[in-house]
Design a protein around this ligand. Structure first.
Ligand code: GLN
Ligand code: ZN
Length: 769
């Protein structure tokens, strides 16, 4: 291995680090502050200690340049809004009175003032607060947070690099402010925004920043020529400033594509590129573009969003190629380590033989440092690490967990026919009508009923050994009896058991499938102080025994009406887990689908005539670039059909999705070949019903008439009005009446009243037919 051509050594760095602290101290301090138990100064102290702890840990691990400013009390995009002065008018007074309280008011809302909207950060499970911009927006620089955090790191004697959301990405992630025209394009504000960034950059330089990183992940998405022009203009303007630190423009989550030459030509000092997963195409693109002569390249060769150990030799080979393409190459994670848990070594309950395959933030940091050493000093100095890495990789690929011959043989034998129902939809619909005998406009719910405090306590008691399995199960059975009794009394047509036994719609199944692992401390930030512990899909997937049949059959034994079986679909099982990186997602999805297919068959044999397979994640895992959509939708819909394709014609398959905007996957929804789909629709006044009708969707549809995201109980009139709206688009023979989504987050009083009103509305509408 050659050593780095430039005079300075290869540096090891990361774009950001988990914020929460080893014991989620930040979450506790912030929530304590909200409840009035922790004072503002105590909160600030905790935050400063956590930042210092992170930097010291990174430095001790051998990271040469630590990121600053990636810390956040809630969200880094909201921090950027504060930095550029884009405070929505409705929040200005409270921000002016108290910066911290005003900040949290923007994030969470108050009794009187709505928060900013929250949405997914690209295709991760992190959510950011959407900036609201309009023609009247006046930006003003506030670099205080960035300067303060840089100063903290510099005072520790560390080399530090502030990380900011770049101006183009900031604007592209924004939406028109409430008062602005719906087609207002925030990008038109670029010329107003750039001077603010210039001021922040000057302040950071004055505070001692040699380099500043500007994150532009929005440039890895399909971008119009106008948007690419805006990026070119932004970095020409910022690059030609005289009073500025060196600029590193970072992208991640996919390849830069057409944006690569734009940034490569810009007068900035370096680029940080992702070379993992779909973004590996950056390597060839960079060579084709003539490399980055005269620039620094920060090479993201350690995947910042999966939980798996790196193939160090493969990364060294990539880095070796990159050495010929840039003036100076540094080693980094592909993106901020915010998206992974902190430390795999904390997983004491996992088999050490499996822990060696895992790399969380600490382990990834160590991989980056090792690669940087190997790159600058030659591979001999890391020979021991390389040998250990080879052994870890071999242990993973040779393990019976990752390679179960029975699972593989079955997946390989799948044919098209397995994913095809025996009869076309129209014939099935007739058979189902005869078999189920439902009225027009049948009523149902999406699955879960309120997850009460008693249920959560019972689960915690079971875990802690305070109650035994029998007592816990009796608690669940009692809940099911109550849920069934209520639904019968309310007059609902297709009942559910209420999912009281499920802690979470993915975790419940992950705990019952071989090949999935649960972590003890694998928390990652979903939004604000909400952290989730996604299960780890580590191996080949099989189902040792039925997972849902018992409670579904129990519920069915209590009533003559059909009880709907409830499953989480294969795409959602993948989307809300950490998935394996050693085989294509399509392959993993197929294994999960086959396990679920057996569950579907067992439910059917147990007398379940209606089975719902939830796929709320179908649209959110759509690849960032359009050229990846077709292949994704092909395997995703195939996995759904494989799950459901084996049932009798008169067994009715439902699916459920939450979102309201799905124009780009209408065809895929039809390709699922489900008999009934329920969707969120109450807030958008049944807009989806119209869209489905326009697209010629031929099946049954249940657009939600009860917005379950709000404690409000819809009146009979309201629900009836929505139903009539639905009837304008979908004929009565194909329209269902149901809430937007599951009821688990709601309280019983609201749910009772709302469902009674929903049934009354269905009856009124039926009478009018
Ligand atoms: N069946 C699940 C429930 O009712 C569906 C949840 C979801 O769509 N996110 O809770
Ligand atoms: Zn839903």
């Amino acid at each position: 291995m050659t050593s780095n051509s430039a005079a300075t050594a290869v540096r090891a760095t990361v774009h950001g680090y988990p914020r929460q602290g080893p014991h989620r101290e930040l979450k506790k301090a912030i929530e304590g502050y909200w409840k009035g138990r922790v004072g503002a100064n105590a909160l600030r102290r905790t935050a400063a200690e956590l930042r210092r702890g992170n930097w010291q840990q990174l430095a001790a691990a051998g990271i040469d340049e630590v990121p600053t400013g990636d810390f956040s009390y809630y969200d880094h995009v909201l921090d950027t809004s504060v930095m550029v002065g884009a405070i929505p008018p409705r929040h200005r007074a409270s921000v002016a009175t108290d910066g911290l309280d005003g900040y949290f008011a923007m994030a969470r809302g108050t009794q009187d003032v709505a928060p900013l909207e929250m949405t997914k950060w690209f295709d991760t499970n992190y959510h950011y607060l959407v900036p609201e911009l309009g023609p009247d927006t006046v930006f003003a620089a506030d670099s205080s947070k960035q300067v303060a955090e840089l100063t903290e790191a510099l005072e520790l004697g560390l080399r530090a690099r502030p990380v900011l959301v770049g101006p183009v990405t900031y604007l592209l992630l924004s939406k028109p402010a409430p008062g602005a025209a719906a087609d207002f394009d925030p990008l038109t504000l670029l010329d107003r925004l750039l001077p603010v960034y210039a001021e922040v950059l000057a302040d950071l330089r004055a505070a001692g920043a040699a380099w500043v990183q500007l994150d532009e992940p929005a440039l890895v998405q399909d971008r119009s020529p106008a948007e690419l022009n805006a990026a070119a203009r932004a970095y020409r303007d910022l690059g030609t400033l005289t009073d500025r630190p060196k600029l590193l423009v970072a992208s991640y989550f996919d390849r830069l594509g057409e944006a690569l030459p734009v940034l490569a030509k810009a007068p900035v000092d370096g680029l940080a590129l992702d070379f993992t997963g779909a973004a590996a195409a950056n390597l060839g693109d960079l060579a084709a573009a003539g490399g980055l002569p005269g620039k620094r390249l920060v090479a993201g060769v350690v995947n910042g969003r999966n939980v798996w150990l790196n193939d160090l030799e493969k990364s060294l080979a990539t880095l070796g190629t990159l050495l010929g393409l840039a003036d100076h190459v540094d080693v980094a994670s592909s993106c901020s380590l915010l998206h992974v848990p902190l430390d795999a070594a904390a997983e004491r309950d996992l088999d050490p033989g499996i822990v060696r395959w895992l790399a969380f933030a600490r382990q990834k940091t160590d991989e980056i440092v090792t690669l940087a050493r190997g790159l600058s000093q030659g591979t001999a100095v890391i020979a021991g690490r390389l040998a250990a890495n080879r052994a870890d990789l071999a242990s993973r690929s040779g393990s019976a967990l990752t390679h179960d011959p029975a699972v593989r043989a079955r997946a390989a034998a799948v044919t098209d026919a397995d994913g095809r129902r025996a009869q076309p939809y129209a014939e099935r619909a007739a058979a189902q009508r005869a078999h189920l005998g439902l009225p027009l406009l049948p009523t149902t719910t999406i699955g879960s009923f309120p997850q009460t405090a008693e249920l959560r306590t019972a689960r915690a008691d079971l875990r802690a050994g305070r109650i035994g399995a029998a007592a816990y199960e009796e608690r669940i059975a009692a809940e099911i009896r109550e849920v069934l009794a209520f639904q019968e009394k309310a007059g609902i047509d297709v009942l559910v058991h209420g999912e009281p036994e499920r802690n979470d719609m993915v975790q419940y199944f992950a705990e019952r499938l071989t090949g999935y692992l649960a972590t003890q401390h694998g928390w990652v930030q979903s939004y604000g102080t909400r952290y989730v512990r996604p299960p780890v899909l580590a191996g080949d997937i099989s189902r040792p025994e039925p997972m849902t049949v018992r409670w579904t059959a129990y519920a069915q034994s209590l009533t003559d009406r059909p009880v709907k079986g409830m499953l989480t679909g294969p795409v959602t099982m993948l989307a809300w887990s950490f998935v394996r990186d050693d085989q294509p997602l399509a392959e993993t999805a197929r294994q999960v689908a086959l396990a679920l297919r057996d569950e579907v068959a067992d439910l059917e044999s147990a007398g379940t005539s209606v089975i719902q397979v939830d796929e709320p994640a179908l649209r959110e895992t759509l690849p960032l670039r359009a050229d990846g959509h077709a292949a994704y939708l092909a395997w995703a819909t195939e996995a759904f059909r494989l799950t459901t394709g084996g049932v009798r014609p008169d067994t009715q398959i439902h699916t459920h999705m939450c979102y309201a905007e799905f124009g780009d996957i209408l065809q895929a929804i039809d390709d699922l070949d489900a008999d009934v789909i329920s969707l969120e629709a109450a807030r958008s006044h049944m807009q989806v019903a119209g869209e489905l009708a326009t697209a010629g969707y031929p099946r049954e549809v249940g657009p939600g008439v009860y917005d379950i995201h709000s404690p409000r109980v819809p009146s009979v009139d309201e629900a009836t009005a929505l139903l009539h709206k639905g009837l304008e688009a979908i004929p009565a023979e194909r329209l269902w009446v149901n809430p937007d989504c599951g009821l688990k987050t709601r309280g019983w009083p609201e749910v009772r009243a709302a469902l009674e009103n929903l049934v009354a509305a269905a009856r009124t509408a039926r009478d009018g037919l």
